[in-house]
Structure formats: C-alpha cells, structure tokens
Design a protein around this ligand. Structure first.
Ligand code: TMP
Length: 238
C-alpha cells in the first residue's frame, strides 16, 4: 500500500492517506512531549518500539474480541490501519494510584485499588485535556449513550486482557489511556496506540518504572526502559 499525502501530524505520530480511502498509514516518531507539549525531547528508537508493541497488543485484543483499527504492520515505524474519526475522549483506566490521580486525591503512588477506575478527558490540547464526565460528553455530543457504554465496556475488557498478559511478563499495568474511533458505518473500534507512552508499566517485583514517566520526571534510562518492555513482550530489542 502506497503512502499518500499527510493527513495529520500529532505529537508522536503522523497519519498518511492511501489509495484506499477506508485505510491510512500511521508513522510513529521518536519525538516525545509531556505536560501538553511544554516539555519536548527525543526518545531514540521509540517510534519503532511503540509501533511494534502497539501492534502486538492490538492483535491480542482482536483475538479476545475487542475490535481495533489495526490492519497490517508495514515496516519498522509504519502500520496500515482502518480510517476512523477519533471520538475526542481520552479514556483512562487505572488499577493502581499514580500520576494525576495521586495528585488530585492526595494518595500515594502505588495504592492498589479495590476495583479499577475509569475516567474521561476531553481530547483538546488548547484546553489541556480537561477531565470530563459522561454527561459532559453527552451534552457536547461527543458520543451517544450507547457509544459511551460500549467504550467503557471495551476499556475494562482491554484492562483485563492486558493486565493478565503483562503480568505473565513481570509487568504490572498501573494505568493507561485509550482512544476510540468510528468507522464510516459508525462502528466503534479501538484506535491510536498502546505503548509505554500511553501506559504506566512497573516491574512487578521492584516497581521500577518502565514507561514514559522516566522522561516526564527526568529519571534517566528512558531508552533502556522502552527496550526492556519490548524485550519482555516481544523477546527482542533494538
Ligand atoms: P495521568 O495520571 O497523568 O492522568 O495519566 C494517566 C495515564 O494516561 C498514564 O498511563 C499516561 C497516559 N497519558 C497519555 O497517554 N496521554 C496524556 O496526555 C496523559 C496526560 C496521560
């Protein structure tokens, strides 16, 4: 499939058209940002790792009954995906307190929840992705009642599947962010990426951070952490 014109450039990926208007090509960059783009940097090899990890995890989810946009990995950084309109909600599932949850509710990082939580942010960089509840999303017509119910259902199912899979590789799934899209017929599918950029992964024994928090918090060893996740999940490094 030939890469057509660039449709969109985000902070971590570019999206290109193809000759088939139901498909596009996602290209993963090494660029890293945090705090709504205020902090900028490069994580060498991140694009390759995130492309391959996302595809591995999306294949697993598809096999377990969660529809995704994935079609085919085309190269180290590039993947063919179904063209979607992104539902402008960041869907965040948490198993353990960390990040903005710890800050907002004054609880120590590492508190293991009785049951997982879910929250939405309005995907809007100008506003800094504000927290949003279901009624806000409905009021602004971002998604229907049925779509919101389906998205929550899928998000918790993704959590169950990924938690189990990651634990088999000695990784604790602390929290993660998902984005969903609509196909032209309105079908909701999982889109975007699932990677150390969008998840918190901790080593199950040492609780060492194996994700983008190493970049956000200047902890060092950023590339090593991404490589370690790839080694554990794919048996490979770059
Ligand atoms: P938070 O604790 O900062 O709200 O982050 C929750 C999860 O969402 C964490 O796994 C990182 C991910 N995340 C993104 O993927 N993109 C973002 O812009 C933010 C703020 C968080």
């Amino acid at each position: 499939m030939e890469k057509g014109k660039q449709l969109y450039e985000g902070k971590a990926k570019k999206v290109f058209a193809t000759s088939d208007d139901t498909l596009c090509i996602v290209s993963y960059k090494d660029d890293a940002t945090a705090f709504n783009g205020e902090k900028k940097g490069t994580i060498l090899g991140k694009g390759v790792i995130n492309n391959r990890l996302t595809n591995r995890l999306m294949r697993l989810l598809e096999a377990e009954g969660v529809p995704t946009h994935l079609v085919e990995e085309l190269g180290e950084r590039e993947t063919l995906v179904k063209r979607v309109t992104i539902v402008p909600l960041e869907v965040i599932v948490r198993n353990i307190a960390a990040g903005s949850f710890s800050k907002r509710f004054g609880v120590a990082e590492g508190l293991v929840f009785q049951s997982p939580t879910i929250e939405f942010s309005y995907k809007n960089d100008e506003l800094g992705d504000p927290l949003m509840n279901d009624y806000h999303a409905l009021a602004l017509n971002l998604a229907s009642v049925d779509e919101i119910a389906l998205i929550k259902n899928y998000a918790f199912k993704v959590n169950d599947i990924l938690k189990t899979f990651l634990l088999e590789h000695d990784i604790e799934l602390v929290d993660f962010k998902l984005e969903f899209g609509r196909l032209s017929d309105g079908t909701i599918v999982l889109a975007d990426e699932i990677s150390p950029d969008t998840c918190r992964f901790w080593d199950v024994n040492t609780h060492e951070k194996l994700d983008k928090d190493r970049f956000r918090r200047d902890l060092g060893g950023v590339e090593d952490a991404y490589n370690e996740v790839m080694r554990r999940l794919l048996g490979d490094t770059i």
